[in-house]
Design a binder for this molecule. Structure first.
Ligand code: PXP
Length: 241
């Protein structure tokens, strides 16, 4: 199971002072050297952390895989087509949220997903859709010719140390099982920490985890290299893939 590190919050710290440090490019280098299999950024419409220039520099710099999380706006499609990340992950985005709060409702936005994914696919960009662990959402992605999904682990992460966690894990396991049966590539992420990762890393069929906040938060104490290595070790110890 691969680990993609989301470095948005390096840029959050930089934007707190509107200065030039810490630099997401440095963070990407350290994360890759520590074993990250990919780098993820979310270019939000309000530009609260990552800026378009970061995308440009990271595109030129990184040696693994660049995953751009984006809203389904025409502005974002244009930016994606200009910079050509390896993967674009379609996410819902609202101005007042602190972070992505749920999966994209593909059933509600079928036409939009089809149009945006079509434009990105035509440019040779892999499209991943961030969805809640729900079979109907997976079926909707499949029907649209989407080949990659990222399952939202946010609900599980919120409940991981309560009696609801089993239910959330069951939903995720069933979703992964169904998605693999119809041959989709399955990624997962949101809210994963050193404390709650193990049951997720144990799920067969998940190829990659996208982890940001916990790694960046802990890097302030232990350094980014160690923070990435520790997460990689937890995955390696659990995952058989
Ligand atoms: N996956 C998606 C689609 C996200 O939007 C985010 C947050 O940017 C993550 C994964 C990573 O979540 P976290 O920062 O909680 O690890």
């Amino acid at each position: 199971m691969r680990l993609a590190v989301n470095i948005d919050h390096i840029a959050t710290l930089r934007q707190a002072r509107m200065t030039n440090e810490p630099d997401p490019v440095y963070a990407a280098a350290i994360a890759e050297l520590a074993g990250a299999d990919g780098i993820t950024i979310h270019l939000r419409q309000d530009r609260r952390h990552i800026q378009e220039r970061d995308l440009e520099l990271l595109r030129a710099f990184i040696k693994t895989k660049l995953n751009l999380e984006m809203a389904m706006s025409m502005e974002m499609v244009k930016i994606a087509l200009k910079h050509k990340p390896d993967v674009c992950t379609l996410v819902p985005e609202t101005a007042d949220e602190v972070t992505t709060t749920g999966g994209l409702d593909v059933l509600m936005y079928t036409d939009r997903v089809e149009e945006v994914a079509g434009n990105l696919h035509a440019a040779g960009i892999e499209v991943s859709v961030f969805i809640d662990p729900n079979i109907d959402q997976i079926k909707a992605c499949y029907k649209l010719g989407i080949k990659t999904i990222e399952i939202n682990t946010g609900e599980y992460a919120k409940n991981w140390n309560t009696s609801y966690a089993k239910l959330d894990l069951d939903k995720i396991r069933k979703s992964v099982e169904y998605a693999r049966k119809v041959n989709l590539k399955v990624l997962a992420g949101h809210g994963i920490t050193y404390q709650n990762i193990t049951p997720i890393a144990a799920i067969e069929g998940i190829e990659e985890l996208n982890i940001g906040h916990s790694i960046i938060a802990n890097s302030t104490f232990m350094g980014l290299e160690k923070a990435v290595i520790r997460m990689k070790d937890l995955i390696r110890r659990t995952s058989r893939q």
